[in-house]
Ligand binder design. Structure first.
Ligand SMILES: Cc1ncc(COP(=O)(O)O)c(C=O)c1O
Length: 393
């Protein structure tokens, strides 16, 4: 076991973001300086950039098993999700499309969008419950569908507890009732197959920075025949579905990163799995009171998450950071938020306990030594925090 006394630097927050792969940076560089034309301009510099964007679109389409014309480039996961939800609901006219079904454990990109649309656009929504392991039961979808349901949106895998959802079963239920299905696959990309035909989804959201691509660029798969009302108004870029000059270096980087993730899929996911299992085993064995959250098997290969009853996740993260371990509690977007994890609450964890969430996520360059160091630091700090807690009682 590695000693926790010598301070090392270990990053186990790959679900928050990943570094950009140097091969991706290399692919992007010419598009900042040499091939800088606006991909929407008719001249030669513009056409060179356009070619790069269309090549990127083809690469993404090949991996998702769809047509290039079905890929819309965006500024990231949040925008893709917004475009899917707002785009469908606002373009489906009248009272026949006023209802959306989603789940209680979606990312805030989905939940806040639904909340805002309910208060400003008269949209209603139903959130499906989850099991104690954070699984949405497809059987709960049927009674939740209404004659005016326009869309079902359920994430492919959860960002806080890593549980993988039965997307193809949910999509089949939605399709049988003529309702469109969107999945937020931001966490799944690079860790699960993303074949949109096999999944049976009509829309799928991606974000490049979760799979070793650049930040601020994403994609939305939109099945042929679905017309989205653009979330932002302006030019007629991206076939009129997303206004704004396309980020050429960004989409080149997204496509390169996605291609590398799927070219190296077997070795990367085997590596994630083996370190994740080592991490889970050692944490459960050596860290006092630690409990695994999420599904024990149906979870992302690189994702481990725990509950430390009676501890405050944010305090824990701070102490771990002082020992050089970058981890997270609840989701990255909620750091500093004094509310407990809404995902854990939806899974039936009591309010007081839901503050003690810890997420450790593995990357392609994580080593066994990193895991050993992290477990040793974690065990030491958790013991210390429990001791302090007792002294204050
Ligand atoms: C499940 C999920 N959806 C959406 C997002 C938002 O993606 P982005 O950071 O690209 O806006 C995230 C980011 O953490 C996420 O985990």
């Amino acid at each position: 076991m590695a000693s926790a006394n010598a301070t090392q630097s270990v990053y186990l927050d790959y679900a928050a973001t990943t570094p950009t792969d140097p091969r991706v940076v290399e692919a992007m560089l010419p598009y900042f300086t040499e091939i800088y034309g606006n991909a929407h301009s008719g001249h030669r510099p513009g056409r060179r950039a356009e070619q790069a964007v269309e090549d990127a679109r083809e690469t993404v389409a090949r991996i998702l098993n769809c047509k290039p014309s079905e890929i819309v480039f965006t500024s990231g996961g949040t925008e893709s999700v917004n475009l899917a939800i707002r785009g469908v609901t606002l373009s489906e006219k009248g009272d026949s499309a006023k209802h959306i079904v989603s789940s209680a454990i979606e990312h805030s990109a989905v939940l806040k969008t639904l909340e805002q649309m309910a208060s400003t656009n008269g949209i209603e929504y139903t959130l499906l419950p989850v099991s104690q392991e954070a699984v949405v039961d497809p059987e709960t979808l049927i009674p939740a569908l209404q004659p005016n349901t326009a869309l079902v949106s359920v994430m492919a895998a959860n960002n806080e507890v890593g549980t993988i959802q039965p997307i193809s079963a949910l999509a089949a239920q939605a399709k049988a009732r003529g309702v469109l299905m969107h999945t937020d696959a931001v966490q799944a990309a690079g860790q699960l197959p993303l074949d949109v035909q096999a999944l049976g989804v009509d829309m799928l959201s991606l974000s490049a920075h979760k799979f070793y691509g650049p930040k601020g660029v994403g994609a939305l798969y939109v099945r042929d025949g679905i017309r989205l009302t653009p979330s932002q108004t302006g030019g007629s870029h991206e076939e009129g579905q997303r206004a704004g000059t396309v980020n050429t270096p960004g989409v080149v980087g997204l496509a390169k990163a996605l291609q590398l993730a799927y070219d190296e899929f077997d070795e990367r996911t085997a590596h994630y799995r083996s370190l994740r299992d080592q991490l889970i085993d050692e944490v459960l064995r050596l860290v006092p009171n630690a409990r695994l959250t999420g599904h024990s098997e149906q979870r992302l290969p690189g994702h481990a998450s725990f509950l430390l009853d009676g501890l405050d996740g944010n305090t824990l993260i701070m102490h771990l950071d002082m020992k050089g371990l970058a981890a997270s509690s609840a989701s990255a977007c909620k750091t500093g938020n004094p509310e407990p994890s809404s995902v854990l609450l939806a899974m039936g964890v009591p309010y007081e306990t839901a503050f003690g969430s810890l997420r450790l996520t593995i990357g392609k360059d994580t080593t066994e030594t990193d895991i050993e160091y992290s477990v040793s630091v974690l065990a030491q700090i958790v013991e210390k925090l429990y001791r302090l807690r007792q002294n204050y009682r």
